[in-house]
Design a binder for this molecule. Structure first.
Ligand code: CMX
Length: 135
């Protein structure tokens, strides 16, 4: 059902600082940078080999990422798994009794459709499921 780890999400206060550090340390440049209005975050995405890291900064005090940083500090926020059919995967999890944050796919960064499983239902780790829609 899971194809691969799509990305790791890291909550930060300041994307500019992250960008400067990664450029200075590794000569690494972002693969994409965008605001995801639906999630109240700005996202800076890096590809490292076959892996992707998304740095997330809140765009409002109401952002889930702002609440996360206030409560737990900056750091690992979620793991995202890629699936073939997100709607079907959500139905499967719902049938199994998992607590879903999103019962239907929403728009995420990098043109993907995304949905989250509540961390209370997944051993305290926030899991994102995502489906790649662009070719
Ligand atoms: N990982 C693990 N646990 C988390 C968490 C995270 N990222 N975020 C919150 N929690 C925990 C809290 O610590 C808290 O646990 P305790 O009750 O044991 O203290 C519990 O979840 C409830 O947290 P809360 O602070 O009361 O916050 P909310 O209930 O308002 O929201 C959550 C929590 C997970 C439902 C909300 O953050 C959410 O909807 N997340 C999904 C969307 C999201 O994170 N979007 C940003 C990224 C978007 C992107 O990648 O594009």
């Amino acid at each position: 059902m899971l194809k691969q780890i799509d990305h790791i999400g890291i909550a930060v206060n300041d994307l500019k600082e992250i960008e400067e550090t990664l450029t200075e340390a590794f000569n690494l440049f972002p693969a994409f940078s965008e605001e995801v209005e639906d999630q109240l975050v700005n996202v800076l995405g890096y590809n490292v080999g076959e892996s992707t890291i998304e740095y997330l900064a809140p765009t409002s005090d109401n952002s889930p990422v702002a609440k996360f940083i206030a409560k737990r500090g900056a750091g690992l926020h979620h793991i995202a798994y890629r699936v073939d059919n997100l709607t079907q995967t959500l139905e499967h999890l719902k049938d199994k009794g998992f607590r879903l944050i999103d019962e239907k796919p929403r728009n995420g960064a990098d043109g993907k459709r995304i949905a989250f499983i509540h961390p209370k239902s997944s051993n305290g780790i926030l899991i994102e499921l995502c489906e790649v829609t662009k070719s």
